[in-house]
Design a binder for this molecule. Structure first.
Ligand code: SF4
Length: 303
């Protein structure tokens, strides 16, 4: 058995892209140091902020909440968790129970926003009525609910559990779709609660290992719709590329950041949606347009 690169203990993880072999204890320290460095070097947090944490009960957001909770006292952060219940049968109920449990253990307020209560339909119903890919409906309405909840709760940052794989997938998806505007701009905009992604420099596999070695109660179940998405295809391709060329996800992240730095774009000037008041770039926001289309579908009309 290979030894840890930093001590005499047996390694439990080989980090192919760096050549490091790490025992459990050194892996945990290494992981925490890397996330702390991401947060500090990118100026994600400062003393006294009220931070909304998008919590799903899955591994990424649970690890994120624990880490931010660890910084909370020193940085005098106020944490509130927000869970979006899309209404996905057999999936969200389980993770919702887990999210309640972790929040009550850490003493963090949990606010739940559901598609059913806000829009009058579940994601299952919307997907069935429109025949659209569930992820395309989910991503727009989920982002809307997270942003409006964070704004209503007075949050100055919205932290999400996106890891390195998620970020690299998004970059590649935007390239493949030729969506240069989104590629360069991301989701910045005046009037939106600024988003932070403290796990953006750690691979998904390492987040999972960190959760297991820390004894966190997390779920590894996947949304039943995940396999139908374009993202899932890109994910497979990226994993193959990483297997062939370790470190390629970091290459994608760094290249994207260099590109954004070279072609600096101003955050979009946003105005208020005439229907719901949320910040948007057109007269009616994407979420309101989507909700109207789903409602038409539910009434038997063409969405
Ligand atoms: Fe929503 Fe798609 Fe993610 Fe499921 S896989 S939670 S439908 S975005």
């Amino acid at each position: 058995m290979a030894k840890c690169s930093l001590c005499r203990r047996t390694a439990c993880y080989v980090q192919r892209y760096s050549g490091l072999r790490l025992c459990g204890e050194h892996f945990l320290r290494h992981f925490e140091r890397r996330v702390r460095r991401t947060v500090m070097s990118r100026g994600m947090l400062r003393r006294g902020l009220r931070v909304g944490v998008a919590l799903s009960g899955g591994k990424d957001s649970t690890v994120l909440l624990h880490l931010l909770h660890g910084y909370a006292e020193k940085l005098e952060l106020e944490l509130v968790a927000v869970l979006v219940d899309e209404g996905i049968t057999g999936y969200r109920e389980v993770s919702r129970r887990r999210a309640h449990k972790v929040c009550s253990e850490l003493g963090v307020e949990l606010h739940v926003r559901s598609f059913r209560d806000t829009f009058g339909f579940t994601l299952d119903e919307a997907a069935h009525a429109t025949r659209w890919k569930p992820c395309s409906v989910c991503s727009v309405l989920r982002r809307y609910l997270l942003n409006t909840a964070a704004s209503e709760l007075g949050c100055q940052r919205l932290a999400t559990g996106h890891n390195l794989d998620d970020v690299a997938q998004s970059v590649l998806m935007n390239y493949l779709r030729g969506d240069v505007e989104r590629l360069l701009r991301g989701s910045r905009g005046h009037g939106m609660v600024p988003r932070i992604k403290p796990l953006m420099e750690v691979p998904e596999k390492e987040v999972a290992l960190y959760a297991m070695l820390s004894g966190l109660e997390v779920g590894f179940e996947e949304c039943g719709y995940a396999g139908e998405s374009f993202r899932s295809l890109v994910r497979e391709v990226l994993l193959q590329l990483e297997e062939h060329t370790p470190g390629i996800r970091y290459g994608i992240l760094r290249g994207w950041e260099r590109l954004r730095g070279a072609v600096a774009t101003e955050p979009r000037p946003l105005r208020a949606c005439t229907k719901c008041g949320a910040p948007c770039s057109s007269e009616v926001c994407g979420a309101c347009r989507m909700v109207e289309a789903v409602r038409r579908g539910l009434e038997g009309e063409s969405p």
